[in-house]
Design a protein around this ligand. Structure first.
Ligand SMILES: Cc1cc2nc3c(=O)[nH]c(=O)nc-3n(C[C@H](O)[C@H](O)[C@H](O)COP(=O)(O)OP(=O)(O)OC[C@H]3O[C@@H](n4cnc5c(N)ncnc54)[C@H](O)[C@@H]3O)c2cc1C
Length: 473
């Protein structure tokens, strides 16, 4: 018989201290509940150390240089290349050199306990850490263990030691030749970053276009930007085998070979649930955790098990994970006080924004942003919709960014309710435009009222006026 350690009881046990786990713990603590977080690596998770922050630190200098080079008067002063050593050093500062002291201090200052180690569920409301500490929860256990890169089965892949998103965001050297496999967000962002840092980049895409979940023109404009930056794009191309002998040789389904110094596989994500004791509560190890809108795991009676962030597969984005954390934290607090949950759409205990279509920015050059539904998604949902498009290059505010501003915007309008259900903006410096569309979509602002939301002249936001003029005729 194995001896169980003496249980240590808290109101809430959070498994994983990524952005979602940190925020969920914060909300539970704010609801007056004693809270402990278990973390096996770094407090701050993937986002702080191997995803959002280092990737954007790599990308921002490339964008700044591209913007300067597009502008007569500034381009003469920006004729040189990026300084890779300085960019990598700044990236290292953004990750605090992969030390989490600052985030640990925040946890402690907030009154949240931290237990370092690998946690596994051992049954209802119980988490065992490294087999040594048994944490039990009076009210809830929240699984916030995130996701990892998913690698396909390709002969020779493991032996070729491919880069995953972790290597692509933390590498201390700029490879001379980088092959990138994939056509999604991580693939296009990292192709942009490493090309700007001086790598010869080849992007190998299995399908016929990039960014398949966004409006089709998004992938086309991003592909044009990558090609202009010197990326070799190969569509409808699969890797059939790899071998490494110093450099990596990739065998392509066309029969060609491609040699590279590194190969990045950006081919999707897998849930980090294979070794967290899911079997002890009747769930399948290695699966995404299905939840309801309050982030309570479905199929587990008693309402004590929550899953938020990447691990529930609703929206693999930091801001959505943090949003789910706020909703789940509020739901856990309400249940602990014996209150009924309010799970109506857009209510305190419903992560409704996940299903309305979360906002997303792809930090390529041009930037690609979207919120809500694409035209196709809206039609598939059975809505009677109209797409309204406008060339961003025709907007006065955009022309200030250079003579050859390339971009496009689309609104998807629900004709029965006369509201916006989706918006897409693609172009240089459009990221900050997205939140206006998010407010319009989530607020279900009537088109007639949007007519009175006057954009300032001359800003890129004036595209709102042009789009509404086009719609109203
Ligand atoms: C290259 C890249 C760039 C990205 N850029 C953006 C971006 O710009 N904007 C954006 O919104 N999103 C971005 N994302 C997505 C974003 O990183 C994730 O959505 C986010 O990190 C999810 O947060 P999380 O807390 O759910 O999981 P994670 O950040 O993965 O954190 C999970 C934590 O749980 C810990 N853990 C796992 N299992 C256990 C266990 N058994 N015991 C103890 N601890 C455990 C892990 O160590 C980790 O710290 C990017 C992703 C990638 C790969």
């Amino acid at each position: 018989m194995t001896l169980q350690p003496e249980p240590e009881q808290y109101d809430v046990v959070v498994l994983g201290a990524g952005p979602t786990g940190e925020n969920l713990a914060d909300r539970a603590k704010a609801a007056g509940l004693s809270t402990v977080v278990v973390e096996s690596q770094l407090v701050g998770g993937e986002c702080s150390y191997w995803a959002c922050m280092p990737s954007k630190a790599l990308l921002r200098p490339a964008a700044a240089l591209a913007h300067a080079r597009a502008l007569p008067g500034a381009k003469e002063a920006a004729s040189g290349a990026l300084d890779p050593a300085a960019v990598l050093a700044r990236r290292d500062e953004f990750t605090s050199h992969w030390h989490d002291d600052g985030q640990v201090r925040w946890l402690r200052d907030t009154g949240i306990e931290l237990v370092r180690g690998h946690g596994r569920l051992t049954g209802e409301r119980a988490v065992l850490v490294d087999g040594q500490r048994l944490l039990t929860a009076r009210h809830a256990v929240a699984v916030c263990t995130g996701s990892r890169a998913a690698l396909p089965h390709v002969p020779g892949l493991a032996e070729a030691h491919p880069w995953t998103s972790r290597d692509a965001t933390s590498s201390a050297v700029v490879p001379r030749r980088l092959a990138v496999v994939g056509g999604g967000v991580v693939a296009v962002e990292m192709a942009t970053a490493w090309r700007a840092l001086g790598s010869e980049v080849t992007l190998l895409v299995r399908s016929a276009g990039l960014l398949p979940r966004m409006e089709p023109f998004t992938g086309e404009l991003v592909a044009a930007g990558l090609a202009e930056a010197g990326v070799d794009l190969r569509f409808s191309t699969s890797v059939t085998a790899l071998h490494r002998d110093g450099a990596v040789t990739l065998e392509l389904d066309s029969g060609e070979q491609l040699e590279a110094d590194e190969v990045l596989y950006a081919t999707g994500r897998a849930p980090r649930t294979d070794d967290i004791g899911l079997e002890s509560v009747g769930l399948t190890p290695g699966s995404w955790l299905e939840v309801d809108d309050s982030c309570s795991v479905t199929g587990v009676p008693g309402g004590w098990l929550y899953a938020a962030g990447d691990v529930n597969h609703r929206a693999l984005l930091t801001h959505q994970g943090k949003y789910q954390a706020r909703i789940a934290g509020a739901a856990i607090g309400a249940r602990a006080r014996g209150e009924q949950l309010d799970t109506a759409r857009w209510s305190a205990h419903s992560a409704s924004a996940d299903t309305a279509g979360p906002p997303q920015v792809v930090f390529t050059e041009p930037e690609a942003t979207s919120v809500g539904l694409t035209l196709r998604q809206a039609e598939e949902a059975g809505l009677r919709v109209q797409a309204v498009d406008h060339d961003l290059g025709q907007v006065a505010g955009a022309s200030l960014y250079g003579d050859n501003y390339q971009g496009r915007a689309r609104l998807v309008i629900d004709l029965d309710r006369e509201i916006l259900v989706g918006a897409t903006f693609v172009g240089p410096a459009v990221a900050e435009l997205l939140h206006s569309a998010t407010v319009a979509v989530v607020g279900e602002v009537p088109i007639d009222r949007l007519w009175h939301a006057v954009p300032s002249y001359p800003t890129i936001s004036e595209v709102w006026l042009r789009l509404l003029e086009t719609y109203r005729g």
